[in-house]
Design a protein around this ligand. Structure first.
Ligand code: FAD
Length: 446
């Protein structure tokens, strides 16, 4: 079997689907998207189990770009609700509102005092600000002080990324870590402050179908022949511009767009020069082990999710799918995601992890005695978080220099090897399609 296409896209997550959608909008290029799974969606896809809809942990749409907002709304045809975030942090046996740096109200007095004193020292005894190349640890200490870092910033980020904050860069945090004013930190220590902080104070979520609904709405707009599922890329010969694809055989391409995790793509393609392969070996990631739970009673706190910085809990975050949409669970039931992070490639004993996880969930009253688990299923996300350590940026630069020489696009959260969200995957796909079409690209109005 042998076929030829103008553009071959590896992976039908949001970024791959978005490239195909925008190419069909902008050009007559013959495009093929190949996806190894039997349905499109990738990390933003969902599964159905026993009447529940489970995403790959909470997948909430934070829409800031007008184009993306208009497009997504038109694709979803009313199947979206806007929700005000209800996020909390569990510390010292209590819950306090997210973000921690603005809300210590309700915690033991000694903790509140320590966090405030550390924060006020950063305001009234400022030191020279750390530069752009500061570690996340130094950046956080400079902004929030010792108490907030010791109790939340350091342990939480250590748990999430699996490396000490001193080994993380601070360049990724810009819009993700809220920076309250001193008056807000004081108010949040004295009062139950309900004011929202940060980039995701409100978010959209599908009324029906979980995050897969967005994928399906986008995929249904492609020509039927554009998307092939159950078609894993097995090998790409970059010199000959030929990909070997499960069920399809040889596919010759003019242009290649990768959205698979960058190291995986490099492992099944070649040839690569030695220094580029050395750069690939410096890329690190974390695997997210997500435990999906369906429980036989309604959820009673109304929380969307909570963060767990303390070591006594193996998980870093627990969220409630059925509080995003009641259609995610059967009537009278509720559904949860429990997120545990481990270094990519590490062996995990799921039996031990499950025991510790369920015991932690009982300890913090997410699970109650007598609860019946209608669904209990681990769903790994092998490449969950790209680790922004100090080796990442030079390694990615070396790899992209070579990709540029070969005319290969590598986009999306994992193709570009970065920390980003669904909206950006859609916009990455649009920008990529425009580059592939050149200056002639002219879009239909959103
Ligand atoms: C735990 C977690 C929580 C998140 N929460 C949010 C959130 O609340 N809001 C938000 O906006 N974003 C969130 N994100 C980010 C969001 O999931 C991503 O930005 C987005 O889904 C990335 O899409 P993508 O297409 O770039 O990558 P992917 O969705 O990973 O797509 C890559 C595709 O390539 C396919 N593939 C891999 N290997 C092969 C092969 N050999 N052959 C063929 N196909 C292959 C994969 O199956 C996959 O479908 C979260 C991510 C994680 C990990």
């Amino acid at each position: 079997m042998r076929q030829s296409v103008d553009v071959l896209i590896l992976g039908a997550g949001l970024s791959g689907l978005s490239v195909a959608y925008h190419l069909e909008d902008l050009s007559r290029l013959k495009t093929l998207v190949v996806e190894k799974e039997h349905i499109p969606g990738g990390t933003a896809g969902s599964v159905r189990r026993g009447g529940f809809v489970f995403d790959r942990t909470g997948h909430l749409l934070h829409l800031h770009d007008d184009y993306a907002k208009r497009r997504i709304k038109s694709w979803m045809r009313g199947n979206l609700t806007l929700l005000e975030r209800r996020a909390w942090i569990r510390l010292q046996g209590r819950y306090t509102r997210y973000p921690f740096q603005a809300n210590t109200y309700g915690l033991p007095e000694a903790t509140v005092a320590d966090c405030l004193a550390g924060f006020l020292r950063t305001v009234y005894r400022p030191r020279p600000s750390p530069g752009r190349d500061a570690s996340f640890a130094d950046w956080s200490l400079d902004r929030f002080g010792t108490g907030i870092c010791r109790r939340f910033m350091f342990p939480y980020n250590r748990k999430l990324w699996g490396v000490p904050p001193s080994r993380l860069t601070s360049d990724w945090q810009g819009r993700f870590v809220p920076r309250p004013q001193p008056s807000e930190v004081l108010a949040g220590a004295l009062l139950d402050q309900t004011k929202g902080f940060g980039y995701n104070t409100a978010f959209y979520y599908p009324k029906r179908g979980g995050s897969q609904a967005l994928i399906d709405a986008l995929a249904s707009r492609l020509r039927p022949a554009t998307l092939r599922t159950g078609a894993a890329v097995e090998r790409v010969d970059l010199a000959a511009r030929v990909a070997h694809i499960q069920g399809l055989g040889e596919v010759h391409y003019e242009r290649l767009v990768n959205t698979m995790p960058l190291p995986d793509f490099m492992d099944l393609s070649g040839p690569w020069p030695g220094p580029v392969l050395a750069a690939r070996r410096r890329l690190r990631h974390a695997t997210v082990w997500c435990l999906n739970l369906g429980i036989d009673r309604p959820e009673d706190t109304g929380r969307h999710w909570a963060y767990y910085p303390e070591q006594r809990y193996p998980f870093y975050r627990v969220g409630v799918y059925s509080n995003f949409s009641s259609n995610n669970a059967p009537a009278g039931a509720s559904s949860y995601y429990v997120e545990v992070s481990r270094p990519g490639g590490a062996q995990v004993d799921l039996r031990d992890l499950e025991r510790e996880t369920l015991s932690g969930l009982h300890d913090c009253a997410v699970l109650k005695r007598g609860d019946r688990l209608l669904v209990k299923e681990w769903m790994p996300i092998p490449c969950g978080y790209v680790i922004h350590d100090f080796a990442r940026e030079p390694a990615v630069a070396a790899i992209f220099k070579q990709l540029g020489r070969l005319g290969i696009e590598s986009i999306g959260r994992y193709g570009a090897w970065k920390y980003s969200f669904m909206e950006e995957a859609i916009l990455d796909g649009r920008r990529c399609a425009k580059r592939l079409c050149g200056d002639a690209a002219e879009e239909k109005p959103a």
